[in-house]
Design a protein around this ligand. Structure first.
Ligand code: 5AD
Ligand code: SF4
Length: 541
């Protein structure tokens, strides 16, 4: 059986897709390698959100093309958003590409690989494309949405075989999709075209997936969707022949404008969070990404406040601090509304961390607009902001409607200026935690040791790690091995680093929750000392 190399570009949604693809292929006998040179099947799960991600993928295609020209017998597949966006055109421009599979069609991938492997040469005609191309077709979002609601893709999510030893961080953490696609049509964004209409999974399927993951040893799930708080599932509307509810198309922004909605027979995002929290008590942490700043009701905040295992973390991209630019972006809210929302979050959840995304250099952005964005950053205690330079994307409204008129040099300056400002704001947000105790989900050993940066107690005592394992606490002095630094995240998603005595101790703690006293901080992290290592997650019920 041939060996597969699978590389992922872009967002968490793609990471999850890749994990599902890998599980599916493994279950039918494919092996995987992390070395492209050892593989006969090379798959790139691509991202189209910014040009930069696409360029990286194209350069990979070039390398594989050279190997093929040199006579190697390889199968090259492009998966994800670039496949969907470029369509069969990509097969003509990059003849080394054997197969294309859009993000909504990944259940068909084994069939495509099989077809390609059995038919070594393809005539360059449309008929031959049929067996090696699976795309929703960006000409019709309606058909894309309908095909996405078919059970096949749902089966891929539900059939996942989670292997905790191979999870992205060995921290027994997994992604769970709650919605696919997006109905918001921000003018700069390609997602509504590549991932299609917003489709909501039935809550029973989501809870079932969480339960299976918990049974496999997962203690943290991250619920994924482009705009998770717009999750709404109407019961009794879409039912399959065997009586199960099937995924259904979500409403656009208009539906939210016509509030109030009769919630009878509906599972809202708040309801879904509560169900997962209450019905899967083995999960120590429940997180979600990404929230839309509009329509985030108090109901969600109340569910979060009353349920301790839901993380105090919101990723809610503001994108800009200028009302004029927000309007051109079609974001559907004003800066004042964004601030009303973040104030409300902090009133309900004073410990919450807020993170976001900002785009600089959107068409027509003036110095004044940019100043307004800086003001917004100063007014919210953001723990982090991902800052992007506007990248015109083919197929979007913005590229048709507006000239990309902010020079690259100005975009770069604004990008750097915001990074510096965010570093200050992030430093203040993190410094707030000094002196407090936090629960850290331990994720990994870091590869940099900071012997001197973390004040260590001189106590050389052994503490229990739970299941009978003991460890040296903060062994000081010159004797013995160097301490090992490990890192994890708090319930507010703040990265926290601390030292433990040695490698074995570190390894035993990964995937557990440790209590840490914070005694230092930086713009992006907390530093601390270990108080109690890796308590059993059961304590967080
Ligand atoms: N140019 C720059 N940034 C973009 N994003 C989405 N589309 C673009 C684009 N065309 C950013 C947004 C979004 C994040 C995932 O990527 O900030 O929240
Ligand atoms: Fe893109 Fe806007 Fe949808 Fe986010 S909400 S995926 S930025 S269209």
């Amino acid at each position: 059986m041939k060996t597969v190399y699978l590389e992922t570009f872009g967002c968490q949604m793609n990471e999850l897709d890749s994990e599902l693809v890998r599980g599916h292929l493994e279950s039918i006998g494919y092996g995987f390698t992390t070395e492209p040179g050892d593989a006969q099947i090379l798959l790139f799960n691509t991202c189209s959100v910014r040009e930069h991600a696409e360029s990286k993928a194209y350069s990979r295609l070039g390398i594989v093309g050279k190997r093929k020209k040199a006579g190697e017998d390889l199968v090259l597949g492009v998966l994800g958003c670039m496949a969907e966006r470029d369509g069969v055109d990509m097969l003509r421009r990059y003849p080394q590409v054997d197969l294309l599979c859009g993000p909504g069609e990944l259940d068909k991938l084994p069939m495509l690989i099989d077809n390609v492997a059995r038919t070594s040469t393809f005539a360059d005609d449309e008929a031959s494309e049929a067996g090696r191309v699976a795309l929703a077709g960006n000409t019709s979002r309606r058909s894309a949405a309908l095909s996405a609601t078919k059970d096949d893709l749902e089966t891929l999510d539900l059939a996942r075989a989670f292997d905790p030893d191979r999870a992205t961080s060995a921290a027994r953490s997994a992604y769970v999709r709650i919605t696919r696609g997006c109905n918001k049509f921000c003018t700069y964004c390609v997602v509504p075209y590549t991932r299609g209409a917003e489709v909501h999974r039935p809550p029973d399927s989501i809870v079932e997936e969480c339960r299976r993951l918990a049974n496999a040893g997962v203690i943290e799930v991250t619920l994924l969707g482009q705009t998770v708080n717009h999750y709404r599932y109407h019961h009794g509307v879409a039912v399959t022949i065997d009586g199960r509810e099937s995924p259904q198309i979500g409403p656009g922004l208009k539906a939210f404008r016509n509030e109030p909605i009769d919630d009878a027979g509906v599972t809202t995002f708040a309801g879904l969070l509560a169900r997962i929290h209450d019905e899967v008590p083995e999960l120590a942490r429940i997180r979600f990404l990404t929230s839309y700043p509009r329509d985030f009701g108090d109901d969600v905040l109340e569910v979060m406040a009353s349920r301790p295992r839901i993380c105090r973390y919101l990723h809610v991209p503001a994108q800009s601090g200028s009302n004029r630019i927000l309007k051109l972006m079609n974001r559907g809210y004003t800066v004042e509304e964004y601030l009303e929302f973040t104030d409300r979050v902090l009133r309900h959840l004073p410990d919450a961390s807020i993170a976001g995304d900002i785009i600089v250099g959107f068409p027509t952005e003036t110095d004044e607009d940019f100043e307004a964005t800086k003001d917004l950053l100063r007014r919210v205690p953001f723990k982090n902001n991902f800052i992007f330079k506007y990248s015109p994307r083919p197929g979007t409204t913005a590229i048709d409607r507006f000239e990309d008129d902010v020079p690259e040099a100005v975009k770069k300056l604004r990008n750097n200026e915001l990074l510096a400002l965010q570093a200050e704001i992030g430093a203040a947000a993190h410094a707030d935690w000094i002196g407090r105790e936090v629960d850290v989900l331990v994720e990994r050993k870091t590869n940099y040791h900071r012997r001197t940066s973390v004040p260590r107690s001189s106590a050389d005592e052994r503490v229990s790690l739970g299941s009978g394992i003991t460890a040296k606490r903060d062994a000081g002095g010159d004797a013995g091995p160097d301490p090992v630094q490990i890192s994890g995240r708090t319930k507010g998603d703040l990265i926290t680093v601390f030292d433990v005595a040695d490698d074995a101790t570190a390894d035993a703690m990964i995937g557990g929750i440790a209590r840490v006293k914070v005694n230092g901080s930086g713009p992006l992290l907390l530093r601390g000392t270990l108080l109690e290592p890796a308590e059993s997650p059961m304590n967080y019920r």
